[in-house]
Design a protein around this ligand. Structure first.
Ligand SMILES: O=c1ccn([C@H]2C[C@H](O)[C@@H](COP(=O)(O)OP(=O)(O)OP(=O)(O)O)O2)c(=O)[nH]1
Ligand SMILES: [Mg+2]
Length: 152
């Protein structure tokens, strides 16, 4: 399924030095986001830095949200993940998409200008509407959680 979204390009390097985000393959769920940097950026172990993308994506429809997720290769091989673990982009957010990059690894990592550092996934969302009740209808699980069903 495809959904048209409005995008503002906030820096003239986008579309000139840096390609616009695009799906790498027909089945890709994520659009790779690129680091808008003036120069290479060294992330020492433990560093967290907010990196610009130069893009604003206005979802508008509250039935959707954006997720910013790490890229598997950067996360697994280099320890480059997100300072907020997952970025949640609200449907009414109109500002620049920012990526909190965290080097959770043991080695310094140099992020290059234009490098694909994270990915954006558009997901459907259902907003909850609460009905206050005094009891729930009983279920087999009830309030059991946090490993209550055992390990095997
Ligand atoms: O990785 C991220 C996460 C969030 N945002 C933007 C879009 C999102 O809609 C807004 C607010 O995010 P969130 O609600 O997660 O943060 P908050 O700390 O609750 O801020 P606020 O008080 O603005 O809601 O910040 C990003 O650009 N990148
Ligand atoms: Mg919030």
């Amino acid at each position: 399924m495809k959904k048209a979204l409005q995008v503002r390009i906030l820096d003239d390097r986008i579309g000139r030095d840096l390609p616009l985000p695009a799906y790498a393959t027909e089945g890709s769920a994520g659009l790779d986001l690129r680091a808008l940097l003036d120069a290479p950026l060294t992330l020492n172990p433990g560093d967290t830095v907010l990196v610009r993308t130069g893009l604003a994506i206005y979802i508008a429809d509250p039935g959707y949200a954006g997720l910013i997720l790490p890229r598997s290769g950067l996360g697994h091989k280099h320890g480059i993940v997100l300072g907020n673990l997952v970025g949640l982009i609200d449907a009414d957010y109109q500002g620049e998409l920012m990526v909190s990059v965290w080097n959770r690894g043991a080695q310094p990592f140099v992020l290059e200008p234009g490098e694909r550092l994270a990915q954006y996934v558009l997901v459907p969302v259902v907003q909850a509407e609460f009905e206050i009740v005094s009891e729930f209808q009983a279920t087999a699980r009830g309030a059991g959680g946090f490993g209550s069903s055992g390990r095997q």
